[in-house]
Design a protein around this ligand. Sequence first.
Ligand code: GSH
Length: 251
Amino acid sequence: MLKIIGNTVSPYVRKVLVTLTMKGVPFEIDPIVPFFGDDDFAKISPLRRIPVLIDGDVTLNDSSVIAQYLEETYPFPSILPASAAARAKARWFEEYADSRLGDVFIWKGFGAVVVAPAIFGAPRDLEAFARHLETDVVEVMNYLESATPADGFLCGTFGLADIAIGVMFTGMEYARWTPSPERWPKVAAWLGRVNAQPAMVKTRKWSDILAKTAPAEQRAKAKEIGLRVADRTYFTDKPRRGPMTQIGCPS
Ligand SMILES: N[C@@H](CCC(=O)N[C@@H](CS)C(=O)NCC(=O)O)C(=O)O
């Protein structure tokens, strides 16, 4: 069976899990928390990042590469719109989510306020976070507000663009920030529609529960909530950072 290495709390892993859930593809998961990969993990993930997909002889890195592989392997229902122009636009939103929102919402938001203090004992600098909320966060929110339609989804029906951007907001919720409906009404309403999609609801439950679970307890908890947990794990009990780690924390 197809395997996903990586924890449901990661927005990049969750993008893949939403895609698998929408397409009805069964999978096993090795829910390692980022930074908790063992020596062998570097062999399947050169940047020591999650998610990794293993499908028989195929091992893939990067959520966008994996989502595209799933789209081509299991085309129905499609997560991409029909026309070339709309597909290109969806890929742009995915790229914007992975790079810019990854930096602003995950590394400097959720990562700085929740992950670095919990995993690496880094100080929780709430003043820096408050400044971040009024600078970078405003910049990305203003862009998203200008790009979000008043009704429906980003590129027609619910799909890749909505998934990739929608999952990034969950990290900010864990850092106790949600977009103001007065300041960004279109994004707030769109996010409500996105979060109500069945695959988003299902994967969000997994994320919320595992977000409150210690790294060493993830496998047991994942089994308890009904996920199929892979026999082989890449988990190690000592966190270590990968070559591309951006999170601000002591080494
Ligand atoms: N571009 C990658 C980003 C993946 C990523 O940054 N994953 C984070 C977890 S949210 C990670 O594994 N971080 C560990 C590290 O950087 O050392 C993707 O789309 O899969």
